[in-house]
Design a protein around this ligand. Structure first.
Ligand code: KIV
Ligand code: ZN
Length: 542
């Protein structure tokens, strides 16, 4: 058994299919690029049978990320598509991934008694036959086939050994063991993997993989237990997003293996300094905010508030710090640039942060930087990152904010006037009353954009400390006209929701920008305005 753990990222499949995490196909492409640059081994780019849009998004990733070198070490990630164990799904998955240099089809069928009886209405014999037939069919199309016995965590291990043996005989080279409902404990899951490694004929020629969900908060612990028991592929998502309580988070597994190297004696191909940036990118695109105390990527993960801790840190950093923030790409520089800093200094600092902007992007970023520098004395790295995300990581703009005016306070009703530039290039002005300034602004925007929706989430936070801090707003909305997506596992349709983000020193302006960014995605998904394509220069960003 080698000592390399393959990182299989399923942010764009298990992560994206969780309610609320919808990304446009341009955003998925951007995330796939970032994952490739970070060094993930396999990108599960989606579930192509879910809809023609999903198929197209996976196909674009296969063409644009899977067939050109993006990773710093020159390696190319395999691009994987998920398929239920039927010919139609497998054909669609193959159609989408076949353009990649290293295509993979991942097919699955449930093996727990409860799933077989109630969901599949199949007995053990039928499941075994279907697995053998569909893995062989996938293998007839694609040299790299992964098979997952869904709900393995609650399946009879003896039955798993024979199902996996059938899959191996039919040509699967990766056997993924999912704890689909996050039910097992680390001891149990480790023992399950050890049993599979020991008792499944032919497994020594395959890679054993683990895929855990976090319903009991044990996903990372279970994944590490599975790795310790012999698994050499971990299926993970950025920020741990995914169905229900989410999946195992990439950053936790990678940093556990990295930080406790003497314990595990295992390595991954991940460049850990990319972790924070990719975390922010996924959070911005999905509108799913990272909890402040989240391990590795939470805002407080490296903050030391308690006096006794600060005192210890000053005496010796390692008293309270097991990882260096720089290792995961958290930059410590507080005072970076100010009002008098030039374009060159901005470009250089952004490059140090990993943003290599072209001239057009730099022009935009510099304009935003100068505006901010007029309002804020010092500009920290966090401000720069918020500005770049706000300016460059936006969906195609159908409506843009041209101006707004708000009156609020204790005397009279909050009132907002909003001026938007529409898709026709024309200006639209509307005023509205609301329960508060944000409500008034959103009502005015609604009366122009006319896209009925429900606001599911509104989160606001200050990027840095201080009264002049930049405010960052994240929203999530759901269309009332209902765009839906097929869930591979439950075979149900779930409503898509769209996230948006905006940053400004004026939090009401940031709120308006965030709402418009989500609305623009919703409008594009409605089909009237084409795909949420980004301008070419944004797609080309390093
Ligand atoms: O959780 C699960 O069982 C899955 C499979 C499709 C691998 O996501
Ligand atoms: Zn899953």
């Amino acid at each position: 058994m080698d000592n390399y753990v393959r990182i299989f990222d399923t942010t764009l499949r298990d992560g994206e299919q969780s309610p609320g995490a919808t990304m446009t196909s341009a955003e998925k492409l951007e995330v796939a690029r970032a994952l490739a640059r970070m060094g993930v081994d396999i990108i599960e780019a989606g579930f192509p049978a879910a809809s023609p849009d999903d198929l197209e998004a996976v196909r674009r990733i296969a063409v644009e990320v899977g067939s050109a070198t993006h990773a710093p070490n020159g390696s190319l990630p395999a691009i994987c598509g998920l398929a239920r164990a039927n010919k139609n799904d497998i054909d669609k998955a193959w159609e989408a991934v076949r353009h990649a240099a290293r295509p993979r089809i991942h097919t699955f069928l449930a093996t727990s008694e409860i799933h077989m009886k109630y969901k599949l209405k199949m007995d053990r014999e039928q499941v075994m036959e279907r697995v053998a037939e569909m893995v062989a069919y996938a293998r007839s199309l694609c040299a790299d086939v992964e098979f997952s016995p869904e709900d393995a965590g609650r399946s009879d291990p003896e039955f798993l050994y024979v199902v996996l043996e059938e899959a191996i005989k039919a040509g699967a080279s990766t056997l993924n063991i999912p704890d689909t409902v996050g039910y097992t404990t680390p001891d149990e899951f480790g023992a399950l993997i050890a049993g599979i490694v020991k008792n499944t004929r032919g497994i020594e020629h395959c890679t054993v993989s683990v895929h855990c969900h976090d319903d009991l908060g044990l996903a990372t612990a279970n994944t590490l237990a599975g790795i310790a028991a012999g698994a050499r592929q971990a299926e993970v998502t950025i920020n741990g997003i995914g169905e229900r309580a989410g999946n195992t988070s990439l950053e936790e597994v990678v940093m556990a293996l990295h930080t406790r190297r003497p314990v595990f004696n295992l390595s991954t191909g991940i460049d850990t300094t990319h972790i924070m940036r990719v975390s922010r990118l996924v959070s911005n695109y999905t509108g799913i905010v990272v909890q402040p105390n989240k391990a590795i990527v939470g805002a407080n993960a490296f903050a030391h508030e308690a006096g006794i801790h600060q005192d210890g840190m000053l005496k010796h950093q390692q008293t309270y710090e097991i990882m260096r923030p720089e290792t995961v790409g958290v930059t410590q520089t507080r005072l970076v640039l100010g009002k008098h800093s030039g374009r060159h200094a901005l470009k250089a600092r952004l490059a140090e942060l990993g943003y290599n902007l072209n001239e057009a992007e730099l022009d935009k970023a510099f304009e935003r930087f100068k505006n901010l520098a007029d309002k804020k004395k010092t500009i920290a790295d966090a401000d720069l990152e918020a500005l770049v995300s706000d300016e460059l990581y936006q969906p195609r703009e159908i409506f843009t904010l041209d101006g707004m005016q708000v009156a609020c306070g204790t005397m009279g009703m909050p009132t907002a006037t909003v001026r938007l530039r529409g898709p026709d290039g024309q200006m639209h002005i509307q005023a509205a009353l609301g329960t508060g300034p944000v409500d008034a602004v959103y009502k005015a925007i609604d009366s122009i954009v006319l896209a009925p929706n429900t606001l599911l989430e509104f989160v606001i936070h200050a990027v840095t400390e201080g009264i002049d801090a930049l405010g960052e707003v994240t929203v999530r909305i759901e269309s009332k006209n209902g765009h839906h997506s097929l869930d591979a596992q439950t075979e149900t349709q779930h409503a898509r929701s769209y996230g948006g983000h905006g940053a400004d020193t004026d939090i009401i302006v940031a709120s308006a920008k965030a709402y418009l960014s989500a609305l623009n995605k919703l409008l594009v998904a409605g089909g009237k305005y084409g795909d949420a394509e980004k301008p070419a220069e944004v797609a080309a960003m390093a």
